[in-house]
Ligand binder design. Structure first.
Ligand code: HEC
Ligand code: HEC
Ligand code: HEC
Ligand code: HEC
Ligand code: HEC
Length: 228
C-alpha cells in the first residue's frame, strides 16, 4: 500500500516538474547603461532588426551594434557635439515635453563616443558553454526573430521571452512548436535537414528512422549538433 502511494506521489511530482519546466515566466529586463528603447527604434521608427544586428544571417552571433553605428544616426559628422539641441530630429532624440529623459540618455551616448569607449551593455540571452546556437542556420531557414525573442519591437527594454532550455530547442526541431504559415513554408523549402530527407526519399532511401516518430521534423536532434 505505501509503495503504491509512493509511486503515485512520484508520478505526480514528475508531472508537476515537467509542467513547471514548460511554464516559463520571463525575468525582468536588466538595467542597461543607456535606456535604449527597442519600441522607439524597431517599433515607432521601424528600423529593421538586421540594420543593427547585421551578422544574424551569416554568423553564430546576431551581434550588438557598435557606438559608431549609433553615432551614424545620432551625431552627424558635420556638427560638433556641442549644440546638440539644435540638430535635426534624427540627429538627437527630442526633449519630450518637460521630460528630458531622452535627452539625458542620448547625452550618455555622446559621452561614450567622445571617450572612445564601447557601451558596456548587459548580456541577456546566454546558453551554457557546452551547447551551441548558430543564428545563421535559423535566420536562413526563414525563422523570424520574434518567434524566439518575442515582440521586441513593442518592448521598451528587452527581456528573455523564451526559456532557451533544451526542451524548447528540441520541441521546435521535432516540428512540435507551431510556426506561422510563412515560416513553415520557408523551413520546408530551406532547412538542410528537410532537404536531405526529401533527397533520400526521392532516391528510394529508407527515411523511417528519421521521420517515423516526428513526421514534421524541421532540424536534426543529434546530440552532437548542439553539444561540443
Ligand atoms: C537601432 C539599433 C537596434 C535595432 C533596430 C534593434 N536592436 Fe536589438 N539591440 C540593440 C542594442 C544596442 C542592444 C543591447 C542593449 C539592449 O539589450 O537593449 C540590443 C539587444 C537585443 C537583444 C538582447 C541581446 C542580449 O543581450 O541577449 C535582442 C534579443 C534583440 N536586441 C533583438 C532585436 C530584434 C528582434 C529587433 C527587431 C525587432 C531589434 N533587436 C532591433 C540595438 C538594436
Ligand atoms: C537608424 C537610425 C538610428 C540608429 C542606428 C540608432 N538610433 Fe537611437 N533613435 C533613432 C530615432 C529616429 C529616435 C527617436 C528620435 C525622436 O523621436 O526624437 C531615437 C531615439 C533614441 C533615444 C531616445 C529614446 C530611447 O531609446 O531612450 C536614445 C537614448 C537613443 N536613440 C540611443 C541610441 C543608441 C545607444 C544607439 C546605438 C545602439 C542608437 N540610438 C541607434 C534613430 C537611431
Ligand atoms: C530559433 C530561435 C532564435 C531566432 C530565430 C533568433 N534568435 Fe537571437 N538568440 C537565440 C538564442 C538561443 C540566443 C542565445 C545564444 C547564445 O547564448 O549563444 C540568442 C541571442 C541573441 C542575441 C545576443 C547574443 C548575440 O547573438 O549577439 C541577440 C542580439 C539576438 N539573439 C538577436 C536576434 C535577432 C535580431 C534575430 C533575428 C534576425 C534573432 N536573434 C533570431 C535564439 C534565436
Ligand atoms: C522555432 C524553431 C527552432 C528553435 C526554437 C530552435 N531551433 Fe535550431 N533549428 C531550427 C531550424 C528550422 C533549423 C535549420 C535546420 C537545417 O537547416 O537543417 C535549425 C538548425 C539548428 C542547428 C544547425 C543544425 C545543423 O545540422 O547544422 C543547430 C546547432 C541548432 N538549430 C541548435 C538549436 C539550439 C541549441 C536551440 C535552442 C537554444 C535551437 N536550435 C532552437 C529551428 C529551431
Ligand atoms: C537542438 C539542440 C540540442 C540537442 C539536439 C541536444 N541538446 Fe542537450 N542541451 C541543449 C541546450 C541549449 C542545453 C542548455 C540548456 C538546458 O540545460 O536546458 C542542453 C543541456 C543539456 C544537458 C545539461 C542539462 C543540465 O541540467 O545542465 C545535458 C546532459 C544534455 N543537454 C544532453 C543531451 C543529449 C544526451 C542529447 C542527445 C540525446 C542532447 N543533449 C541533444 C540543446 C540540445
Amino acid at each position: 500500500m505505501t509503495k503504491v502511494l509512493r509511486i503515485a506521489a512520484m508520478a505526480l511530482l514528475s508531472m508537476a516538474a515537467a509542467a513547471s519546466c514548460r511554464d516559463y515566466s520571463p525575468p525582468d529586463a536588466p538595467k542597461q547603461p543607456i535606456a535604449f528603447y527597442h519600441n522607439v527604434h524597431a517599433g515607432d521608427n521601424k528600423i529593421p532588426c538586421m540594420y543593427c544586428h547585421y551578422t544574424a544571417d551569416r554568423s553564430v552571433d546576431a551581434g550588438i551594434p557598435s557606438v559608431q553605428l549609433c553615432v551614424g544616426c545620432h551625431v552627424p559628422a558635420s556638427s560638433a557635439p556641442t549644440s546638440l539641441r539644435g540638430q535635426a530630429q534624427l540627429a538627437f532624440p527630442k526633449v519630450k515635453g518637460n521630460d528630458s529623459t531622452w535627452y539625458n540618455e542620448g547625452q550618455k551616448l555622446v559621452d561614450y563616443w567622445r571617450r572612445g569607449e564601447g557601451i558596456p551593455w548587459v548580456r541577456i540571452h546566454k546558453i551554457p558553454e557546452h551547447a551551441k546556437f548558430p543564428h545563421y542556420s535559423h535566420v536562413n531557414a526563414g525563422l523570424q526573430c520574434q518567434t524566439c525573442h518575442g515582440k521586441v519591437e513593442e518592448m521598451k527594454e528587452v527581456f528573455q521571452a523564451s526559456s532557451l532550455r533544451m526542451g524548447w530547442c528540441i520541441d521546435c526541431h521535432r516540428g512540435e512548436t507551431p510556426l506561422s504559415a510563412a515560416e513553415e513554408a520557408s523551413v520546408k523549402a530551406r532547412s538542410s535537414f528537410v532537404r536531405k530527407v526529401n533527397a533520400m526519399r526521392e532516391s528510394g532511401g529508407d527515411v523511417r528512422g528519421l521521420t517515423a516518430t516526428y513526421p514534421n521534423q524541421r532540424a536534426s536532434t543529434d546530440c552532437v549538433v548542439c553539444h561540443y
